[in-house]
Design a binder for this molecule. Sequence first.
Ligand code: TLP
Length: 352
Amino acid sequence: MPTETLADFRSDTVTRPTPEMYEAMARAELGDDVLGDDPTVKALEAEAAVRFGKEAAVFVPSGTMANQAAMMAWLRPGDEVLCEAASHVFNFEGGGMARLAGAQARQIPGVRGQMPIALLEETLAAIRPGNEHQPRTRLVAVENTHNLAGGAVLACDYLERVRALADERGLVVHLDGARIFNAAVATGTPLARYGALADSVSCCLSKGLSAPAGSLLLGPVAFIAEARRARKVLGGAMRQSGILAAAGRVALATMIERLADDHRRARALAAGLAELDWIDIDPGAVETNIVRFAIRGYPGGAHALQAALAARGVRTIAFSPTRMRMVTHKDVGDEHVAMALTAFRGETPAAA
Ligand code: TLP
């Protein structure tokens, strides 16, 4: 049996840089970004700010740092954040909101990644800003696309309603847009539209866009100045980071439109998995590049299946004994989708 990984569906974070990125990195004009004179970082920040229609941007090493620097810049200790219960910022960032910003999260259970508007209204109606017993509710966090909701897209009319509620109550909106490019491509929405609906936006260049590392945080000038301070505190202020920014510029310029291919392959993968009666999946729910599903009757559960698939050269992630995730990206082609489906068929449990 092959042990070498041939088809890696664990995440779109596994993508390798393109030849054009390597070339841009080799040729990048560099300075010292902590001293504020790396021209390639500055160019990337300026280009991203224009795309999202934001005043300013700061380049950071990761999506986690982009989100957490945003929290540190917007919040004071004791503040409260409203976030979807399955959001990345709450579940997968090491408790940073509490640890770094000293803020507490009020979790709102969502439907396909959306906090129901009625529930948000009810929650916000109970806020009494002048009451010293209550935390100061300061920020609403949204995630688009929503990772744990299987890459679900948050529609602009939903985001408009969140924006309006936040405005009524004087709250800021932070958009975790780690995969905002996928949302934009899936719906034909300009990035500036998303930029207009949130006070701050984070986005990742190192996921579907395939840069080796790097994310951006975007927002008003004063906020970004504060976020730069947070980046420094977090150890994320880098020196010749133009090397990474050069790949990021290529990512922004060349890698957005092709995400449609990843979405098409994710739908094909989901349709193939749906034919297996031991897999529970709704292929109609696959809107972008993330495919989540549940398995039934596999001896040892999802972790054992993950190991068996890996032995067949197909890497996946088991999130629980029954739940798995696969993500399509630049480095998986149609042949890898076919290979994955063959591997799943080969693992059909005897009882199924
Ligand atoms: N998500 C990773 C894991 O952490 C789960 C993945 O493989 O999907 N926001 C969202 C919505 C994300 O999905 C991620 C990464 C981040 C933020 C953090 O980005 P990084 O990994 O660059 O810190």
